[in-house]
Design a binder for this molecule. Structure first.
Ligand code: SF4
Length: 373
């Protein structure tokens, strides 16, 4: 069995060099389809292509500025910037969901700015619980299948989808399992934890599942390191290396998260009833406690408090992506609920162009002092 250090190195390698992975899959004759947030990856997988995460990157914006006003978040802008600069070259399509105003604008801009990689819209309903929400989601998936059939030249089959659903549900399960295992091992740094999640967005899920299973087995047989201060993170992304370093140096350990690119990806499995496509529709329609998914009762607020308590987190760090309206609206409610529950919280604002983390460092060190008191 590989050692923990060796396995972590493989997660870091995949997380830090998605281009190499993309080129490897292309060289193997696989097609690549870009995805982010919630898109029906299982359909892409069932049609023989590799779904790869496209959440932008920490790059300076120049070309994308021709298409976006300054107040659109850096995730949308940097993904288009990378597309315009050829970072996704070789990908066949980009499925962009309609989950917020920035993503809606991003899809339209992508069509013009990166014409070589087909934009496939995935329009989700806000009211996803009633039957009409299911029907609307199903119509969106039918449209994705139609567009993918044109681009990939492969046909869709419900049998193949059933097999891909099994792959994805298994991956969901190991990603849920690894969170408390990592939390029990403070010697695993926040940078390591991030690499495990980030690599999942780039690798084929069956390959990633095998690596995570190996890691879990190794960690279960390893003595835990010295305890750190346990915190929960919440936000869209928490993958900036400088930020993770600051958390590590401050002695803070992320023991659970409500991060869109991390645990939120793995909360819901496919339904158990109906055809494979029905089951995939049920997956989206059953999702809850998420900034991007309409909920008049804002269940996400109590969810964060409950998850923090369950994991023994002393504080909640809200990593707020600049210009992300959906996340900004929830911040006052989360902080109030945390305060009422006796859980400390703080907010740091980040974006993909951030080069100076001194302000974030001061805020995090102060947060650490509060948690230690
Ligand atoms: S960071 Fe916020 S505004 Fe930007 S794409 Fe994500 S959800 Fe939308």
């Amino acid at each position: 069995m590989a050692e923990v250090k060796e396995l972590l190195a493989r997660f870091h390698e995949a997380a830090s060099n998605p281009k190499a992975l993309k080129d490897k899959y292309l060289a193997e004759g696989r097609k690549v389809v870009l995805v982010n947030y919630y898109t029906p990856e299982e359909i892409v997988h069932a049609m023989g292509a590799v779904p790869m995460g496209a959440w932008g990157a920490d790059v300076q914006l120049s070309e994308a500025k021709k298409y976006f006003p300054a107040f659109i978040c850096s995730i949308a802008q940097s993904a288009v910037e990378l597309g315009m600069k050829g970072a996704y070259e070789g990908a066949s399509a980009f499925i962009i969901p309609s989950l917020c105003d920035s993503l809606k604008v991003m899809g339209q801009n992508w069509k013009v700015a990166v014409p070589s990689i087909k934009f496939i819209p995935m329009t989700y309903p806000q009211n996803r619980k009633p039957d009409f929400g299911h029907a609307f989601t199903r119509a969106g998936y039918d449209r994705v299948i139609k567009d993918l059939t044109e681009v990939l030249g492969d046909t869709f089959s419900e049998d193949k989808l059933a097999a891909s659903i099994a792959v994805y549900d298994k991956h969901n399960a190991v990603m849920r399992e690894v969170v408390p295992v990592l939390a029990a091992h403070p010697e695993i740094t926040n940078e390591d934890r991030c690499a495990i999640f980030k690599s999942a967005t780039f690798m084929l899920k069956e390959e990633h599942t095998a690596l995570v299973e190996e890691l879990i087995a190794c960690l279960k047989g390893q003595e835990a390191g010295k305890g750190k201060i346990r915190i929960m993170t919440s936000g869209i992304l928490c993958d900036a290396p400088d930020l993770l370093k600051i958390l590590d140096e401050a002695g803070l350990q992320v023991v659970c998260d409500d991060v869109a690119a991390e645990s939120r990806q793995y909360k819901a499995d496919c339904g158990k009833e109906g055809t494979p496509l029905d089951r995939l529709v049920e997956k989206y329609c059953s999702m809850d406690n998420d900034t991007l998914l309409y909920d008049a009762n804002k269940g996400r607020i109590q969810y964060i408090v409950d998850e923090a308590k369950k994991a023994g987190a002393k504080g909640v760090l809200l990593v707020l992506t600049k210009f992300c309206d959906p996340e900004e609206f929830d911040v006052p409610m989360i902080r109030k609920a945390c305060e009422a529950a006796g859980i400390a919280s703080t907010v740091i604002e980040v974006d993909r162009q951030m080069v100076n983390y001194e302000q974030a460092k001061t805020a995090i060190e102060t947060f650490r002092d509060v948690l230690e008191a």
